[in-house]
Write a protein that binds this ligand. Structure first.
Ligand code: SF4
Length: 219
C-alpha cells in the first residue's frame, strides 16, 4: 500500500487550495457506489457540499439509540430536503446502561461496530472531520489512508475553519440542528453531551468529566 499512500498524500496536497467540489468529484469518479458518507447530523454542511455533485451518494447515520429526539427530527428534515440515499445503522444490542460504566465499550458497540458493518465491501468513506475541531484532528489530510478501517478516507472540509462552515451554512440557507442555538457546539448522544459555556472548546461538551475526547470512529 506504500505507493498508494504516497499517491493519496499527493492528491490530498493538491486539494488544499482546490474548490471543495473537486474533492467530492474525485471521490465520486474514483469510488462510485463503493464510498459512503458518514454523517453525524450535527449540521448538514458536508451533505450539502457532497450532494451538489454526487446527489445519490450513500449517507450513513449511526443510530446509537441514545440520540436526542431533536437529532432524530433533524435527520428526517435533512433526509427530506435532499431526498437522501440514507442508510440508518443500529447497534446489535438493546439499550443498556453501559455508558454509565464503560464509555469506550458503549461507543464500540453503538458506533464503531455499526460503522464497520456500513463500510463492509466499500473502498472508501467520506466524513465531515475538520482540523480545527480538536487537537486530535489538527493534521487530518483531505484524502488519506485509514489504517484502522483499511479504506481510503476523504475529508472534503478538513481545512475549513469554524467561520467558513458558519458562512457556508448561512449562504446556503441550510437547516440548523434544533439544539445548535442552545449552546450545544458539538452534538452526540444525550448521556455524553452537554452545552458549552462561553469561551469553552466546542468539544468540551462531549464526555465531560472524562479523559475521552473521541468516540474511536476517527482512529
Ligand atoms: S457517546 Fe456515550 S451513549 Fe453514545 S455510544 Fe458513546 S458512550 Fe454510548
Amino acid at each position: 500500500m506504500t505507493a498508494d499512500i504516497a499517491t493519496l498524500a499527493e492528491v490530498s496536497e493538491g486539494f488544499e487550495t482546490a474548490p471543495v467540489s473537486s474533492v467530492v468529484k474525485w471521490a465520486r469518479d474514483e469510488f462510485g457506489d463503493e464510498i459512503v458518507l458518514a454523517a453525524s447530523f450535527q449540521d448538514c454542511v458536508l451533505i450539502d457540499v457532497a450532494t451538489r455533485v454526487f446527489p445519490d451518494v450513500e449517507v450513513v447515520f449511526l443510530d446509537t439509540q441514545y440520540h436526542f429526539a431533536e437529532t432524530l427530527e433533524y435527520v428526517e428534515t435533512v433526509r427530506e430536503r435532499y431526498d437522501l440515499n440514507l442508510s440508518i445503522m443500529k447497534p446489535l444490542i438493546e439499550p443498556d446502561d453501559l455508558w454509565k460504566t464503560d464509555v469506550d465499550a458503549c461507543c464500540g458497540a453503538r458506533k464503531i461496530q455499526p460503522l464497520r458493518r456500513a463500510l463492509q465491501g466499500k473502498r472508501a468513506w467520506m466524513t465531515g472531520l475538520r482540523r480545527s475541531e480538536a487537537a486530535t484532528r489538527a493534521t487530518a489530510p483531505i484524502v488519506g489512508w485509514d489504517q484502522g478501517q483499511g479504506l481510503v478516507k476523504v475529508n472534503p472540509i478538513a481545512n475549513w475553519t469554524d467561520q467558513e462552515v458558519e458562512d457556508y451554512a448561512r449562504d446556503r440557507e441550510l437547516p440548523e440542528h434544533p439544539l445548535a442555538s442552545q449552546s450545544y457546539a458539538s452534538i452526540g448522544c444525550w448521556p455524553c453531551t452537554r452545552p458549552v459555556g462561553d469561551g469553552e472548546d466546542a468539544r468540551a461538551g462531549r464526555w465531560a468529566g472524562t479523559n475521552k475526547i473521541e468516540c474511536g470512529l476517527h482512529g
